[in-house]
Design a protein around this ligand. Structure first.
Ligand SMILES: C[S@@+](CC[C@H](N)C(=O)[O-])C[C@H]1O[C@@H](n2cnc3c(N)ncnc32)[C@H](O)[C@@H]1O
Length: 273
């Protein structure tokens, strides 16, 4: 696993105030993020379900096979039409064929609304999450759909990444990297980058600064109450923060946009060095 010394990490832009003091975990004594993930695990067993709901993955796992399949299908079938298209459907449409035959690492899969679809369209997907029932739910849906081109990884801490291959084409982080302070996300990104060769893509869905301003500039340890039903941390991302998080690896921007009334932003970056 790549190690990063926070004391010697490249500083972010001048004038930027690190928010980490609000984070209850001392990151210098949490190099594998075990304690930070334990804190995130207190919330993230409850994940997005359909457009406006959230569910405990452990509750969904108690359902019968037929009910699990029905829940996943009814929850996500709507993404391709109506208002849900402008949230998820547009990028599912954009990537589902482009990812055919590609090796995708879904970091923070939750109930895997996008990446099960990508696997159905021929992508080779590894479903990874810091919450084990989330991974087990994705595994169950994949089994019920008869998908063979899939793998699963419960990330207890960053050492769990060591058993993953080093040649992913895409690291796909749909709403997961904004859930922790940038310094913690930087540690995680550095460990993940060992699995993404030059030419690979870093794809991320986040929340933009404009939404944070519109919703009252709440501190990151309170903004999650508004955005995600009580997440312990929520942080806006922009290209500058991603550059900091990913450096010294270098990326170019394939696509950046804010969408759905700037509720979300989308980053599609290609690794150059
Ligand atoms: C907002 S949900 C998004 C779930 C799913 N990707 C989707 O699009 O519906 C955030 C997910 O990221 C996971 N997560 C939170 N912090 C994470 C981190 N630092 N690294 C990896 N996954 C994380 C949570 O367990 C949860 O499943």
């Amino acid at each position: 696993m790549a190690k990063l010394d926070l004391a010697t990490a490249t500083p972010l832009r001048p004038g930027w105030t690190p928010a980490a003091p609000l984070w209850p975990v001392d990151l210098t004594s949490d190099p594998t993020l075990r304690c930070s993930f334990d804190l995130l695990r207190t919330k993230w067993g409850e994940v997005p379900f359909a457009q406006f709901e959230r569910r405990m993955s452990s509750d969904l796992l108690r359902l019968s096979d037929a009910e699990v399949l029905e829940k996943w299908t009814s929850s996500y079938a709507g993404s391709s039409t109506g208002s849900a298209f402008s949230v998820r459907g547009w990028y599912q449409t954009l990537y589902k064929d482009a990812f055919r035959g590609k090796k995708i690492l879904d970091v923070g899969c939750g109930l895997a609304p996008d990446t099960v679809l990508f696997a159905e369209h021929g992508a080779n997907v590894t479903f990874l999450d810091i919450v084990e029932p989330n991974v087990r739910f994705a595994e169950r849906v994949c089994r019920l759909k008869g998908l063979q081109n899939v793998a699963f990884c419960y990330m207890e801490d960053l050492l769990s990444l060591d058993r993953l291959p080093a040649d992913y084409d895409v690291i796909y982080c749909c709403g997961s990297f904004i859930c922790a302070p940038l310094e913690a996300s930087r540690l995680e990104a550095q460990a993940l980058l060992a699995h993404l060769p030059v030419g690979g893509r870093w794809i991320e869905l986040g929340y933009p600064e404009s939404r944070w301003r519109r919703e009252g500039c709440l501190p990151p340890d309170r903004w999650g109450e508004k955005t995600d039903g009580g997440a312990p941390w929520m942080e806006w991302h922009d290209l500058e923060k991603l550059e900091y998080m990913l450096s010294p690896a270098r990326f170019e921007t394939v696509l950046y946009l804010e969408f759905h009334n700037s509720d979300f932003n989308w980053f599609d970056l290609i690794r150059r060095a």
